[in-house]
Design a protein around this ligand. Sequence first.
Ligand code: WQD
Length: 338
Amino acid sequence: MNILVTGGAGFIGSHTVVELVAAGHKPIIIDDFSNSDKSVLTGLRNILGYDVDFVEGDCNDESVLNKVFTDFSIDGVIHFAAAKAVGESVKLPLKYYEMNVGSLITLIKVMEAQKVSKLVFSSSCTVYGEPDIVPVTEETPRKPANSPYGNTKTIGEDILRDSVISGGNFQFVALRYFNPVGAHESAEIGELPNGVPSNLVPYITQAAIGLRDSLTIFGDDYDTADGTNIRDFIHVVDLAKAHVTAFEYLNKAPENFYDVFNVGSGQGNSVLELVKTFEKVNDLKLNYSIGNRRDGDTVKIYGDVTKANKILNWKTEKTLEDALKDAWRWECKLAKQK
Ligand code: WQD
C-alpha cells in the first residue's frame, strides 16, 4: 500500500520507512527538516537500494498535503511529524500546540477530503505522567502531562477518538511509545539529535566518543533500587515494526475504529543499569557523574505490552544490549564521516 510517512526523515520515521519496504509497502515521506536531516535520505537509499519518494513540506499546510495525497494515491498515513523536545515545549508552548496539534487537525481534514481512513499516530507514555503503579497498561488513567509536549500527545489521542466517535469514516490507532533507543544495524540511519542531546542514549554515545566531557546522571536519590530513574528502553527497529503491524491491523478493522497500544520492551531498566550495560556490551569505560535531579522527570515508568502482543501479534525481538551496541556503532560511523 502507498503509505504517507509524515516526519519520515526523523529517527523513528526513517526506521519505519525501512520496515514498510521490507513488508512490501511503498512509503512516501513528507518532512520539513525542522527536526531531521537530509542525509537520512542517503542512508535510506544505501539500505533500500532506491530513492524513497519524498516531499519537502509542512504537514500544517493543507494545500501541500492535498497535493501529496493526490500525486501519490495515498492509502494511509503514519504520522510522526511533531516537535518533541520536552524542555523546549515548556518555553515555547504555542509552537508545540501549533505544530503538533495543528498538523494533526490539518492531516485529518485532508484525509477526510481525500477519503483516506487509516492513520497510525505517534503518541507517548508521557500521557501517563507519573503512574501510581507500574507497569502501565492502556487502561492506566492518563494524567495531566508535565509538559506542553506531553499535552499535545494527550490532546492528539482525544482528537482521534472524537473524530471516530463523530461517525467519521476513520480507522485510527495511537501507539504510546516509551524510550526509543538504538539504530539500524547497518549504521546507515540512527538518532541525529539537534545540538546537545537531551535524551540519555545519544548523550552517552557522544560522551563515549569524546564529543561531551562526561555524562551527568540527573539524580540518584530517587525511590528506586539504585536511586536512578526507571525507563522502558525499546529498540527503535522493534518500535518501527510495531507501526507496520499496527497499520496492517487497520486493514482488518471496522470502518469506524479507534484503539491505543503501549509499545515498549515491557521491562524497566534504571539509568545506571543502562550506563553499565552500555559499558559492558561495548567494552569501554564511560565518564559519568551524579548531578541534580532534572525538573519534570518521571521517577519510574515502563509498559505492559500484553495488548500489543496479543492483538497486533507484535513483540520485541531485540534486547537493550542490541540497542546499545547499535547506538555505539552508529555514533562511531558519524565520527568517521566528520
Ligand atoms: C531518560 C532518563 C533522565 C539525559 C523520552 C522522550 C519523550 C518520550 C518519553 C516519546 C531520565 C536521564 C537523561 C542525561 C540523564 N518519548 N538522563 N542524563 O525524559 O524519559 O523522555 O521518553 O514520546 O519524548 O524525550 O527520556 O532520554 O531524556 O531521559 O540522567 O544527560 O535519563 O533523567 O531519567 P525521557 P530521556
